[in-house]
Write a protein that binds this ligand. Structure first.
Ligand code: GLN
Length: 304
């Protein structure tokens, strides 16, 4: 497969224009990002890589971090985690409160905010220093220590994250939160603030495309069953109330964040990260979705 030729076609066909969507203004710090940034990085299982545009510039990974925290929590807690968070698509926006009322404070899945806040709570209960351990895990997956929290983004969200405050308090009232709500949100906002580039993200996500093994050392980090489960949740829940649409158009498991990043994996083939900060009305990168749809059309294969 000539991935370079395919990326060349995509680079020619798509260029960002300001009418493609809006940057995430509800986190003021994110509204400062240049909407016209655009980068792609594709890493293959054989070690080859292809890229164009702003693929080396870091951005806020936001909800893409939910995959990393879920991976750690699943390793540490095993089946107990599923008593507190389900694995069903929500069909509602990522920050929705509505199902919690009907479903006794058990979030639909770990990739909506409520679910990831429960995962953050679970990690707080078992790790001495969750912020340090999360960063260590992500750095290890990328083989790169130059990955950090963006304090300004974390502070900006802490100041304005009223919906997340509502979610954690509501779940606390319904008995599904153990730790102090401020401490949980502090960790949650920090996890979302991690800054990474497309290069680093695609390498980290090789874990889910390479049978749970590190992209470089081939060391086994998680088992194949964990890969199956996490990829399944990405496939059905990775894009909130647009998960069906992403699956229909792209045909790969993936995860988005309101920083405009999307990472998708083709198991046993490649991992690909796209960044374009202009979001559609569902909070997913509009151009990112188009690019990935074109990628699986041009390669002629998806997981289906
Ligand atoms: N930090 C963001 C929030 O909680 C993450 C949302 C997202 O990326 N979809 O609202």
């Amino acid at each position: 497969m000539d991935y370079q030729a395919i990326l060349n076609v995509i680079e020619k066909e798509f260029s960002p224009t300001e009418d493609m969507g809006n940057v995430a203004a509800y986190i003021p710090e994110l509204s400062k990002v240049n909407p016209l940034k655009f980068g792609v990085y594709l890493f293959c299982q054989d070690g080859s890589s292809f890229e164009f545009g702003d693929s080396q510039e870091k951005f806020s990974i936001q909800s893409v971090s939910k995959v990393f925290t879920l991976t750690i929590a699943k390793e540490l807690l095993g089946k107990d985690l599923w008593k507190r968070v389900n694995v069903e698509p929500s069909g509602t926006p990522f920050n929705s409160l509505t199902e919690l009322e009907r479903e006794s404070g058990i979030p639909r899945n770990p990739f909506i905010n409520a679910g990831s806040i429960v995962v953050a709570d679970a990690l707080l209960s078992v790790l001495d220093n969750p912020k340090r351990d999360l960063l260590k895990f992500v750095r290890k997956l990328c083989g790169d220590d130059d990955i950090h929290y963006d304090e300004a983004v974390a502070r900006s969200e802490k100041k304005n994250g009223y919906r997340n405050k509502a979610l954690v308090n509501y779940m606390k009232a319904l008995g599904n939160i153990d730790n102090d709500t401020d401490e949980i949100l502090d960790f949650y906002f920090y996890q979302c603030s991690i800054a990474m580039n497309c290069d680093q993200l695609s390498k980290a996500f090789m874990l889910y495309a390479n049978e749970g093994k590190h992209f470089q050392t081939q060391e086994k980090v998680i088992d194949r069953q964990s890969v199956k489960r996490i990829n399944s949740i990405m496939q059905t829940c990775g894009f909130y109330d647009e998960a069906g649409e992403f699956s229909f158009r792209v045909g790969l498991p993936g995860k988005s964040g309101v920083g405009g990043g999307i990472v998708a994996v083709h198991p046993e083939k490649y991992s690909v990260a796209v960044w374009s900060p202009m979001l559609n009305e569902k909070g997913n990168s509009a151009l990112g979705m188009k690019v990935l749809e074109r990628l699986t059309t041009l390669t002629g294969f998806s997981i289906f």
